[in-house]
Design a protein around this ligand. Structure first.
Ligand SMILES: Nc1ccn([C@@H]2O[C@H](COP(=O)(O)OP(=O)(O)OP(=O)(O)O)[C@@H](O)[C@H]2O)c(=O)n1
Ligand SMILES: [Mg+2]
Length: 399
């Protein structure tokens, strides 16, 4: 049996929680992604604990607990300023509506818990001695870099169809391959994905898109026809096939969405609809719309100083990133230099404001707004110095 002697701090911090359960007469193990990532020497962002104790028993064992998902057997324990999700050994009923189980069955053995998990690499457990429990050859699959369903892949995907997205997401994140029966089962059952809420699909899609192996994973996403079951991508493989051939993989979510929208050749009025269909936030949607529009502008012409000012630094850099990934030849250095050389970069850097104009005797209203806008344009174009006195004499001249 493999034994880990030097555990990362995050496990050491959690050990007293597992030991407390053991003292109370229950079994407790580290499970899931944290054990996988430990074996891969990847960063461990959180840990999951599985126990033979029922949720009520977990609550009796610790002082501070929160009923996170008590129906599903999960209790959060607050310990030493950290929070830990502790889930009772459970299985999933096989056929509900292909979504997360709405009821679960608690079971007595770790083995029964592990065998309903999605992939062998996620079905490892570790006890308090640091011993790895590997009932489904997860360690071999880790060595061979394989995402392989535990047992019958069709059953696993019927229990939770999101797992099909998770499979390609791990291919991207871990640079793994899909085991052939697992891949075949996804192709065969890809339609089940349409039953899953967009929020959950989006989360996996973003992880897929931002993973280091996202271009290969995206090819798999199309080959298995999962792409046919998500918003705006049905019947669009001929446009999306560019993605695996991109120069680079995106590393920002804004870039990922912008690139998909550009490849799909969506018109301007469809961008926010696309973003809404994917249940993205308004802030994300607004930024992506700005990026795509500026990208279109850059592909046609060189932006004016005023257009550079309007788009702002963040969107400029985001658009340059998108152009870079798409292999679009733009002179990013010139654009950034020009932006940095702008006399003002924000409205509030203008030497005057509306109140100043009112004091000069201009009546508030649309007319005043136009004058202010004109002054701003003159300043940005370098035709007028951003200086109160200069601006004052300019106003006197034009009025
Ligand atoms: N649809 C799912 C989701 C999760 N799991 C199991 O629950 C564990 C924890 O799930 P989660 O935190 O969602 O995923 P991780 O595998 O831990 O990946 P991440 O690093 O992204 O958290 C997984 O490892 C897996 O054993 C599963 O079997 N089926
Ligand atoms: Mg996890």
């Amino acid at each position: 049996m493999m034994k880990i002697t030097e555990l990362p701090q995050i496990f050491i911090d959690a050990l007293p929680v597992l030991k407390q359960l053991e003292i109370s007469g229950y079994e407790a193990y580290f499970v899931g992604g944290s054990v996988r990532d430990l074996m891969l020497h990847r960063h461990i962002h959180d840990i999951d604990i599985a126990t033979s104790a029922y949720p009520e028993e977990v609550k009796e064992t610790f002082d501070k607990t929160i009923d996170t998902g008590i129906k599903h057997g999960t209790v959060t324990v607050l310990y030493n300023g950290q929070s830990y999700e502790i889930t009772t050994f459970r299985t999933e009923s096989e056929y509900q509506d292909f979504r997360r189980p709405d009821h679960v069955t608690f079971v007595q053995s770790l083995e029964e818990d592990l065998k309903r998990r999605d992939f062998t690499i996620n079905a490892l457990a570790m006890n308090t001695k640091g011993e790895i429990i590997d009932l489904f050859n997860g360690l071999t699959d880790l060595d061979n870099k394989l995402v392989k369903a535990v047992g019958n892949p069709e059953k696993r995907f019927h229990e939770d169809a999101l797992r099909m997205m998770r499979a390609v997401r791990f291919v991207s994140q871990l640079k793994f391959s899909l085991e052939q029966h697992t891949e075949a089962a996804i192709l065969q059952h890809h339609k089940l994905l349409s039953k899953i809420s967009i929020e959950r699909v989006r989360e996996e899609f973003v992880k897929l898109g931002l993973g280091p192996n996202s271009r290969e994973a995206f090819q798999m996403f199309m080959d298995t026809k999962l792409s046919e079951e998500v918003p705006y991508m049905e019947g669009k493989q001929h446009l999306l096939e560019v993605y695996p051939k991109l120069q680079f993989s995106p590393s920002e979510e804004t870039s990922l969405w912008s690139i998909i929208i550009i490849l799909l050749k969506l018109q301007n009025d469809q961008i926010s609809k696309f973003m809404r269909a994917w249940k993205n936030s308004n802030a994300m949607s607004d930024e992506v719309e700005k990026i795509v529009n500026f990208f279109d502008l850059l592909s046609e012409t060189s932006p004016s100083d005023y257009q550079l000012f309007e788009v702002g630094k963040t969107t400029l850099l985001n658009t340059i990133d998108v152009a870079h990934i798409l292999g679009q030849p733009i002179d990013s250095k010139v654009l950034v230099d020009r932006y940095m050389a702008l006399p003002i970069k924000h409205n509030d850097e203008l030497a005057i404001d509306g109140n100043f104009l009112i004091k000069l005797g201009i009546t508030p209203g649309p007319h005043l707004g136009k004058i202010l806008e004109d002054i701003k344009k003159q300043v940005i174009a370098g035709l007028l110095e951003n200086d109160i006195d200069e601006i004052k004499s300019y106003i006197k001249k034009v009025m």
